[in-house]
Every structure is written in C-alpha cells, then in structure tokens.
Design a protein around this ligand. Sequence first.
Ligand code: FE2
Length: 578
Amino acid sequence: MYILGINAYHADSSAAIFKDGIMIAATEEERFTRVKHWAGFPALAIQFCLREAGVTLGEVDYITIGRDPKAKFMNKLNYLRKNPSLVFGAFKRYRNSKEVTSLEHEFKKIDPAVDYTLLKDKIKNIEHHRSHLASAFFASPFETSAILSIDGSGDFTTTMIAVGRGNKIEVLDSVDFPVSCGLFYTAFTQFLGFPHYGDEYKVMGLAPYGEAKYTDKVKQVLKFLPNGLYTWHDEYFVQPTKAGFKYENNIPSVGNLYSSRFVQAFGEPRKNNEPLSQYHKDLAASVQRVTEELIFYILKHLRERTGLDNICIAGGVAQNSVANGKVAEATGFKGVYIPSAGHDAGISMGSALYYYNHDLGKPRVPAIYSAYTGSRFSNEEIETFLRSRNIKYRRLEDAALFDIVTDKLIEPGVVGWFNGRAEFGPRALGARSIIADPRNPKAKDLLNLKIKRRESFRPFAPSILKEYSGEYFSKTDEVPFMEKVFPIKPEKQADIPAVTHVDGTGRLQTVDQQVSPRYYALIEAFRKKTGVPILLNTSFNENEPIVNSPAEALDCFLRTQMDMLVLENCVIERADNA
Ligand SMILES: [Fe+2]
C-alpha cells in the first residue's frame, strides 16, 4: 500500500511517501524551488517521492493532505462574530482557499494521464495538528505516550494535547487561534528586529547573551490557565489575521503582531540594522525563559493527567531545541521523542501516518531515527556532472577520502560534505553539511568570513559519536536530529570552543553508526587523529535552502571560500579550481 502525504499551501510545503507504513522518501519543496519555507503546492517534492517509490500518481492508494478547512468551523464563526472587521479578510481567504484547493489542476500538471475522478476518492484531509501529533507519536519508539503539538497556528488550532496508544491518538484538549505560544514568540522576534518568517531561532541563539530580567513583565502578556493550557491578553497583540499572513510568490510572511500596548510595555521595537543592546539580549533571554516555563507548565499538567512516562512533541515550537533539552528534567517525562521535521514540513509525513495507523487501523512500524529520506546521487552521476563543468577532482576510496578530509579540517580548513540522501527537516545531519574542526577557537569566525556571513551571536553545532556523548555532555539522551541542546561539561568546553555556545551548551547530534555509517566513519577518523570524537556541523548553504544536488553544492563551493568540497567519493580542492 502506497500513501503519499503532502503539506500544501502552508509554509514549508513538503511530500512524503510510505510503502506499507514505511517512509521511503520525504522532502521539502524548498529544496527544489530554492525558495526558503516555500508555501505553495509541493509538485516537485511529490514527483521526487513518486520516482523514489517507482510508482505513478494513479498507482498511489491514498493521498493525505495535512489540512482540513472544516476543522473547528463553529469556533471560526464565533471568532468572526467577535471580530466583525475581519470578516472581509476571512471571505478573501475562503475564496483563495477555494482556488488553492483546485487540486485537480495541480495533480494533472504532475501527471496529465491521471484519472482525476478516481484520484479524488483517494484524497483524505487530515487536520493540521493531528498530523503534527502523528508525525511525532507514530514515528516514536513508544507504545504509549502523551503528545503535544504546539506551533504558530494551523486549522484554527495553535496547541493540542493528546494521548497515543498503539495505533490510536486520542485528542484531550486544544487552544484556539489566535492565542498561540508560537505567535507569542514571533511577536517578540519581530519586536527584536528579526522580521522574516522562521527567524525565531535567532532569538533563541541570542538569549544566552542576556539575563532573564524581564520574565515577570513578559509573562504579563500571557495567562497560564488552571487546566494546564493558556491564553493571552489580546491588547498586546494585533489580531494575526489583521496583521496579515501572506504567501506572496509562495514565500510566507507575517505582519507585525505586536500592538501599541505592547510597545508601551516594552519600548520602541528594534530597527532591522540597529545594534543589539543589552536590553534586547535581556528581553530575548526573558522571552525564551517564559516560553520554556509555558511549555513545561503544559507538559507537567499533561503528565499528571495521563500518568504516562513518555512524551512526543511536534509543531514549530518543537524546534526550540533549548527548551527540548530541558523537558525531561523539568517535567518528569522519561522518554522524549521529537521528529526530524517537527515543523510544518512534517505535516506531510504526519498526515500519512495518521491515516495509515489511526484511520486504517494498521499496526505500528519501527521507530524513525533516520532523517535521510531526500535526494541522492551516485558517484557516476557526480563524475558525469563534474566533467560537464570541467571541474578538476579526484575519486577516492572511503579510507583515503576520510584521511585527506580530516587533514584538511585540522589544517584548519572548511569542507563541504555531501553524502548519501539529503535530510528531511531543517537540520543538516552529515548528509548536506559544512564541517570544521570544533577545537579551533577561530572556526566560527572562519565560517562566518568564508561562507555563512550570519549574525555573530549564533552558535555552531557539534556532531558527536553517540558512544562519547556522556564524556562531553552532562546528559546522555539520544539526539539523532539535533533537536535538543544540552550543557557541555565545564571541563570539556575549552577543548571544543567552536561548538560551545556562550552559556556552555551545545545543540548536539548523536551520530549512530547504524544510521549514518559514512559520517560516523569520518568523525571516527578525526577522533583517531585528534582524540576528539566531534565535528562542527552546519548546514550546507549560504542564505538559501540547504543544497540538494551536486550542482547546488558546487555552486555554493565556487561562490564562497570553502577549502574543499566532497561529493560522495569525489574530492574537489579549492587550489585545483581557483
Ligand atoms: Fe504547524
């Protein structure tokens, strides 16, 4: 049985395909369109999934779409009754949604031969947050677990709590749009001068430079409710629908969410290029702290209510790796699972899993610990490509390759590492990564100078051989997707300055030999030479979506000052191609 899941007409549109419950391919549309957070119809991602599965659109048994326009219909009407000025906008959106849901047109573009009358019956709408819940729980190793979905918004919900048992998910409660933990964080992100969709991680990176001095003040905009959920005080926010969610040219954007009352409370918003003051850093620290308190408040109640030991988390807020790293300690949950695509790209995967397990009642399949479900290229394809571009390269066996790559890292050099199938989700995990020596105190400056040119306060992350994580970190949980930040042991911080954030933490990836054999072997080669089982790992891109193909990797290499590029077994040196 083939199920194609899609996230369409929403930020981070994506597709995932399952054969008998096993995910055989999944990818974001942005990797093909080369537009970050692409929010249109995931036509190229769908075509990729079909190719990987070796089936046509007509041969797919079900197509699940992670959106349900009918969800919470009465709540939506009530919201409009209370906010009559928004009726026109809502009507416009409804009309647009009728247009965008012309799926026949989209599917026919992919396969003109497909019989849409047959295909139509295979299309199933799965509500947004149920898709998030399923993307975490049904991919987790847990037979029973509490589940939290928490994001900006989707299908008029912003937070949903549930229990998963076997192949069923039971929703316990939810928070209605517009009250939203995600939008609360977005409002402060915008206020702090980071206006783009998805900029929240910058506030998270900035927070450790400040002191959480203003938590009481920040908390005033929210209200923690006795039922374990929350609301907010409307006067601090512009109604999000009024502020404007836009998908112009398929690029998502959100208008300013902070109101004049908000400005009264927190002062003038930071202008885009205004230097970051201590106040901005302290405010970032306070917002991060309050967000953590809110997440832990919800989770503690959920744990009491369910009496369960495991928690699965998804939704945009589940990308807050700093909060994720503290969940076990702060809430008492013992097992914590967060999927590689915890954000909206995971909706494609989650909608398919929800339909397969919950709706069709199919048995659970093994837990997902690998994010490597994206594009792949053979050495032969890569060689043909390099020759077509007149690029000088050498093709080496693995052992010789790892030797020269680790020498280059130690030199110190920066290496583009393109290996196996691309990752599904926002983190590079050793398939489309730029790597450097974590011992080099200047590596961060080197990377920012040569390639990334990003804000200097943002940290770089460590990939560590799983067996050694307890030696370097004060916690030893598995972190396959860089989804948690843990404290680095104080005595180890000076050994790996390039991946130690200002507060002594690191957003680690525990590298498992079974899951990532080649990346594991490369880090092991580095360990043998240096005694350090860690590499600095950052995404392979330069202000663009992560590279997907050898052509994009080569262009990024040629455009920047990376020292070496590795495409599978082919090595391209800067000196040979100057
Ligand atoms: Fe979402």
